[in-house]
Design a protein. Structure first.
Lengths: 256, 326
């Protein structure tokens, strides 16, 4: 292989992540299932991120609405703002922005947690004590992120639509019933379903990359920071790559 | 470099290539598969491109066949627009096609619309220039619409006055509210219908008559067609008038004569009176006539005597011979 060292490192990283993902899938269907740890992780990942996601979603809806108002006003289509903002948030902006926030919060958290466990040799100790550390640490966390990120995204969608409703009312007067009606009328099944499905993949990518980075960190305490950092970077990038794939697939399947 | 790392590099490469392959594949399947197949260019010159931008679509008969490659101002009155056309669709383009700037929808992006020219145009070649025509100018349309609007407003104003006058008219509403009116109208129409029927038969009769006259070709038609007749008739009428005038004069004079005669007769002057009224005169005339009669008898006797006389016998004999000859 005649690649420059940087490229070699990147390729090796991609290969290692793929291998790690394969390892996850080889373990996921087999007992023993760490159910209690899974619920604990769900609580840690889901519940602890609720506030951050809510604020982000609220501001997102507010800003989107205020930003789009002048352009819509140019066309005299201010009545279409709820529909437009609703579609853009639910189809694209909500899932991607919330996934990025989760990559920042959850990915770095997992990376740092597992990284510190790794460098303090707790993982090795777990293996010695008879617990499968991969199942206990990785599988539960990946499951938790895969299931929690969609929930967080749906929650954030609602909060940001409420923010949008407030922003609409800053300049005009629209009742909440009318706003809801406009948003719901403009949405169709093919708007919601692909956006919902892709959030599972976002969650999975965030979990698996965070776990990989933490699980394979080295170089002592320095490696913990590095693991947390690169977990955020790689999982954010992965969110966009998955988004690209998702949009192409939905387009191809005619779900537009 | 250990074995594990090398295998990771290989796997990473494989994953990366696979991912890139999937994305590219999806891109090609999703797009029209010929977005990179545009090498053919042609150009058109416009006076005004009304906001056309590089990358706007080029449509032929409503189908997107390419994009705008460059837009350059050539002079103050012309803008050159170079278009990239899909290689597969070039064969449908002809040199006499016409380009115009249009809009995608009412508010959408600008597009170059190419319309097929008349049949028989030559195949277009790389870099050819096609004709352009002025697109619909929104401002001009709006100006026309403004005039139309004003006219409509005036018309509606007039209409409003008319309707108001209708509304305020008492007579009209009385007519409209009269329940008996339809009956009357109905009756009127019925009588009109019978009248028409009668008129119809009349016209038929007249037309039959005219036909008879036309077919007869006798004296009547000659009379009708003779143009000198009018003149003659005029003349005759004039004569008749003269005659009647003179007859009148005659009548008056006759009347006067009769009157004077009448007075003469009644007053007893003149010979007529004597003749008609005088009895004595009658008897004297009677006597005179008796005298004349007896005188004539005597004359006849004398004449007979003369004939018998020898002196005059020869003359009478000659006279008799002459009468025999004739």
């Amino acid at each position: 292989m005649k690649f420059p060292p940087a490229t070699q490192r990147t390729l090796a990283e991609i290969g290692a992540i793929s291998r790690f993902t394969g390892r996850f899938f080889s373990r996921v269907g087999k007992p023993r299932f760490e159910v209690q740890e899974f619920f604990r992780q769900c609580y840690m990942i889901g519940n602890r991120s609720l506030g951050l996601v809510a604020i982000t979603g609220f501001i997102l809806g507010l800003v989107m609405t205020i930003q789009s108002r002048p352009t819509m006003a140019q066309f005299g289509a201010e009545d279409w703002i709820p529909a437009m903002v609703g579609i853009s948030i639910i189809r694209e902006i909500g899932p991607v922005v919330i996934a990025l926030i989760c990559a920042g919060k959850i990915g770095s958290g997992i990376g740092a947690e597992l990284g510190s466990m790794k460098v303090t040799e707790q993982i090795d100790a777990m293996e010695v004590s008879g617990t499968n550390p991969f199942k206990y640490l990785v599988v539960t966390r990946v499951w938790a992120t895969t299931l929690m990120v969609p929930v967080l995204v749906i929650f954030a969608d609602f909060v940001s639509l409420y923010g949008s409703y407030l922003a609409v009312n800053m300049r005009g007067v629209t009742s909440l019933a009318l706003f809801t009606q406009q948003v719901v009328d403009s949405l169709v099944f093919s708007d919601v379903l692909p956006a919902f499905i892709k959030t599972f993949f976002f969650g999975f990518a965030i979990g698996i990359i965070g776990c990989y980075k933490g699980y394979t960190s080295d170089k002592g305490t320095e490696g913990v920071g590095l693991a947390a950092n690169s977990a955020v970077v790689v999982s954010s990038l992965m969110v966009f790559i998955l988004d690209l794939l998702a949009v192409q697939l939905t387009d191809l399947l005619g779900l537009t | 470099m250990d074995k594990q790392t090398t295998r990771n590099i290989q796997l990473g490469l494989f994953v990366l290539l696979g991912l890139g392959g999937i994305i590219t594949l999806l891109y090609f399947i999703g797009s029209n598969q010929n977005l990179f197949g545009k090498n053919f260019t042609m150009e058109a010159y416009f006076r005004d491109v009304s906001g056309l931008r590089v990358g706007n679509n080029v449509r032929f008969s409503g189908i997107v066949i390419g994009t705008v490659k460059t837009i350059e101002i050539v002079s103050d009155t012309s803008v050159q627009v170079v278009m990239k056309i899909d290689d597969n669709l070039v064969r449908f383009l002809k040199q006499n096609d016409e380009a115009s700037i249009g809009t995608d929808g009412l508010m959408g992006n600008k597009v170059v619309d190419i319309e097929p020219g008349p049949a028989g145009g030559k195949m277009i070649q790389m870099g050819d220039r096609i004709n352009s025509k002025e697109a619909l100018d929104m401002d001009a349309m709006m100006r026309t619409l403004d005039i139309t609007n004003r006219n409509v407003a005036e018309m509606s104003e007039d209409l409003k006055h008319t309707v108001q006058r209708f509304n305020s008219s008492v007579a009209l509403w009385e007519i409209l509210g009269d329940a008996d009116l339809p009956k009357y109208v109905n009756n009127s129409f019925k009588s009109l219908q019978s009248a028409t029927a009668r008129a119809n038969t009349l016209v038929a009769d007249v037309s039959a008559m005219i036909e008879d006259v036309a077919n007869a070709k006798g004296g009547m038609i000659a009379l009708l067609k003779d143009s000198t007749l009018t003149h003659d008739l005029g003349e005759a009428a004039r004569h008749i008038r003269n005659v009647s005038v003179q007859a009148e004069k005659l009548t008056t004079s006759l009347d006067a004569t009769v009157r004077s005669l009448d007075t003469d007769i009644k007053s007893g002057g003149g010979p007529l009176h004597a003749v008609l009224r005088d009895t004595t005169m009658t008897s004297s005339i009677d006597r005179s006539l008796q005298n004349i009669e007896s005188g004539t008898d005597r004359f006849n006797q004398s004449m007979e005597a003369l004939k018998a006389h020898w002196l005059l016998k020869g003359y009478f004999k000659r006279q008799a011979k002459k009468a025999e000859k004739e």
